[in-house]
Design a protein. Structure first.
Length: 509
């Protein structure tokens, strides 16, 4: 069992989110967080007689409605029930686990007033495999992800639905299947569970990890295609990129330069009369690098959000006050998620152009048409290029920003919203598409480079070729490549292909 991630509300990392959400590592509350939470809860308990939002008032436009103390628990339960009205297919399992972790970490900061036992139950559900059933549509990303977080919270009180070992159960049955019991919410606890940005942040955190792997994989694919197309290494020279010292551009160029070290293929045509390669090869560092720089902004925003207090009202223990504010608004994440989608979509766009050069006999520098012997009888990589063209075209629609939209809710009380959930759902689809697009380039490049044997590519490119071949045998005659594409896409997502290159040439930028 992996050592648990200890939640403090202050130092959760992207890598830890990935480990918990994707690999199932456990998490637990730290002692300092317990102390802060207890202090915040004491402050909430001390204002029961005052008019305080979410403690003894209604919600949204009902902010002026007073709720008597004897109905405080009922108010919190009704809040979860009323807000749990999401629709459509559920979020992916890893997003739900990430959201559970992030909600627990936000409550651990001690700005919400939730009982320690409430957060412990949330974490125990996650650790023991209780996965709330959370429909993915219904959040406008303003007062946080209200509908999704309500679905996430309902199993804690024995309601809603959750998956346990693949079986969908009601909340009480799901808890009891793993030896847990429902709790009763105290004042403000229902609001503390639903007010926050954790589904947007979950999609962004997992998306950043995937996007970083895509950025590195794009460099690997470019180096493989450049060798297969007998392109030039000179446009990747460090001096070229020092003259325009954008960090992402320099890092991308340095990766490709190193991947090509020791290439007998490049050496064989060093003195050819071709002066320039096409932009999809020669300008790859400029394009890949721009995506990398945009991802830097995304990562910076998301890293802050992992450890942010996004509840309302905020319990300010140090100031002995409870303040209504707007940290739940998802605009920072909405912008970041739209930027993430744009950044990775462009990696697929330029990749598709390299695939076209590999399969098109008018552009492929002597490679067999569609990278197959007995063309005509076989179609080879003709249709995989169609597939990546389709994915790239779909991305162009998905990259249209959701974050510039807004529609008022709650009778005008919540009159500007972020649409960050829509941005996140679109970003997940773009990430899926780009992983498959780059998988197609890697498959085509691995096929193409074998026609240049016995000349061997650079050591880094060889490592990439070999890991692709471990997943997909050479295409000798036509077969369905759908499974091959998915296997290579999975290896991109897991980091396996990047790891293979790094094992050969050292850590990539």
């Amino acid at each position: 069992m992996t050592a648990p991630v200890v939640l403090t509300g202050e130092d959760l990392t992207l890598a830890e989110v990935w480990e918990v959400a994707v690999h199932g590592s456990p998490a637990e509350l730290g002692d300092v967080a317990r102390g802060r939470m207890a202090s915040a809860r004491a402050l909430v308990d001390g204002v029961q007689g005052e008019h305080t939002y979410g403690v003894n008032t209604g919600f949204g436009r009902f902010v002026s409605a007073h709720i008597p103390a004897e109905r405080a628990e009922e108010l919190q339960l009704r809040l979860l029930r009323s807000h749990a009205c999401g629709v459509g297919d559920p979020y992916p399992d890893d997003v739900v686990r990430a959201a559970m972790l992030l909600r627990a970490n936000a409550l651990a900061k001690g700005f919400s007033g939730a009982h320690v036992t409430t957060v412990e139950l949330l974490l125990e559900c996650m650790n023991r495999g209780v996965l709330p059933w959370v429909p993915a549509r219904g959040s406008v990303g303003a007062s946080g992800d209200l509908a999704p977080l309500a679905h996430l919270a309902l199993p804690l009180v024995g309601e809603g639905q959750a998956l346990v070992e693949g079986e969908l159960l009601n909340g009480t049955a799901a808890l009891r299947a793993v030896g847990l019991e429902p709790i009763r919410l105290a004042s403000k606890e229902g609001l503390s569970l639903v007010n926050g940005t954790q589904f947007m942040a979950a999609m962004a955190a997992l998306g950043v990890v995937r996007a970083r792997r895509l950025a590195a994989t794009a460099d690997l694919a470019c180096a493989l295609s450049l060798e297969a197309l007998q392109g030039s290494r000179t446009s990747f020279r460090p001096a070229v990129h020092r003259a325009r010292p954008l960090k992402g551009q320099q890092d991308s160029a340095a990766n490709v330069w190193r991947l090509l070290d020791g290439s007998a293929i490049l050496e064989s045509h060093r003195w050819c009369d071709r002066v320039q390669d096409a932009y999809s090869l020669r300008c790859a560092p400029q394009v890949h690098g721009a995506s990398r720089d945009l991802l830097d902004y995304v990562e910076a925003t998301v890293t802050v959000e992992l450890n942010a207090a996004t509840d309302n009202p905020l319990v300010l223990v140090d100031e002995d006050d409870i303040v209504s504010a707007g940290n739940f608004h998802g605009q920072p994440l909405a912008f970041a998620l739209d930027a993430l989608a744009m950044a990775v979509a462009e990696l697929a766009s330029i990749s598709e152009r390299r695939v076209e050069r590999l399969v098109n006999p008018s552009l492929s520098e002597g490679l067999p048409p569609f990278l197959i012997e007995e063309g005509g009888l076989n179609s080879g990589f003709m249709i995989p290029q169609y597939v990546t063209a389709a994915l790239v075209s779909e991305n162009k629609v998905l990259a249209h920003p959701a974050s510039v939209d807004s529609i008022p809710t709650s009778a005008g009380q919540e009159d500007h919203v972020s649409m960050g959930n829509a941005a996140g759902l679109k970003a997940l689809r773009v990430l899926d598409n780009v992983e498959r697009s780059l998988a197609i380039e890697l498959l085509a490049g691995a096929q193409a480079i074998e026609f240049l044997a016995p000349l061997r590519p650079g050591a880094g490119v060889r490592a990439v070729h070999d890991v692709v071949r471990s997943l997909s045998p050479r295409l000798v005659e036509d077969r369905s490549l759908s499974t091959d594409i998915e296997l290579v896409a999975d290896a991109i997502r897991s980091g396996k292909i990047v790891a293979a290159a790094e094992a050969e040439i050292g850590r990539l930028a």
